[in-house]
Design a protein around this ligand. Structure first.
Ligand code: SF4
Length: 247
């Protein structure tokens, strides 16, 4: 298995972290009921737009913005070629529509220029690594968006997105050091998962860690006293004073 090490990790530590990542996954899967149903059934280009709208926006608001955008324009070519003010108006429910509208149009133009057509369906025919690298050449597309396009769209590829909830649980349980931010955490956390896991299992891993962050491991006041992975979390044990004085 290829492991992605942070500078302060030895290979043994990484193997231990793989075992811990699997143990956390299994417990959270029991808690939240794996396999988790895919929440989107969008083609990859639509998923890309949806993902761009969702940056730092509540799901409910980005969902409304996406629906309004689809309703206001016939197709993505029409969005690409539209007056930016009209796009901005359509996506008004999400945060920063004045930045996201021109960014989305820029990306749609970039894809058309590079591919000769406004489609990213070709991503199905290349490796996940190549697909992610290509997506991340698009303006403003980073590891979270590239993973979301591949994992959440109808491509259903094996890629691990990491959002802020997922990241918080990973930091508190010691899967990644606190200093590793969301972007670089993608490669480290994905490398901890067994190579033979299916796309569904990798998707489940993201979903259960995210759900745990939303429902139990809150940003403020995590509910460690009712946490199903307390035995795997030194942060929680220390918070509750149940680690036997170990540091
Ligand atoms: S024990 Fe507490 S800090 Fe650790 S994962 Fe559970 S809720 Fe989060």
């Amino acid at each position: 298995m290829q492991l992605s090490l942070t500078p302060d990790q030895s290979p043994n530590q990484s193997e231990n972290l793989t075992g811990k990542a699997i143990a956390i996954h299994q417990k959270l899967c029991v808690e939240y009921g794996c396999p988790i149903a895919y929440f989107h059934n969008l083609d990859p280009l639509s998923e890309l737009v949806s993902s761009l709208l969702s940056h730092r926006t509540k799901n409910k608001d980005s969902g409304r913005a996406f629906k309004q955008l689809r309703a206001a324009f016939l197709d993505w070519e029409s969005v690409r070629d539209a007056d930016t003010e009209a796009v901005k108006k359509a996506i008004a429910p999400c945060t920063w529509p004045e930045q996201k509208a021109p960014r989305i149009q820029q990306i749609l133009r970039q894809i058309t220029r590079e591919r000769g057509t406004l489609s990213v369906d070709f991503l199905a025919d290349i490796s996940v690594a190549e697909a992610r690298a290509w997506l991340e050449t698009l303006t403003g597309v980073g590891p979270k968006t590239s993973a979301a396009v591949l994992a959440f769209s109808t491509l259903r590829r094996r890629a691990l997105p990491v959002d802020s909830h997922h990241h918080r649980v990973a930091v508190r349980t010691g899967l990644i050091p606190k200093k590793v931010s969301v972007g670089p955490s993608h490669a480290i956390l994905e490398a901890q998962l067994p190579e033979n896991w299916t796309a569904q299992q990798v998707y489940d891993n993201h979903e259960v860690l995210m759900l745990h962050g939303q429902r139990c491991c809150h940003y403020r006041s995590p509910a460690c006293d009712r946490c199903t992975i307390l035995d795997l979390c030194l942060f929680g044990q220390q918070a509750l004073g149940t680690n036997g004085g170990k540091h």
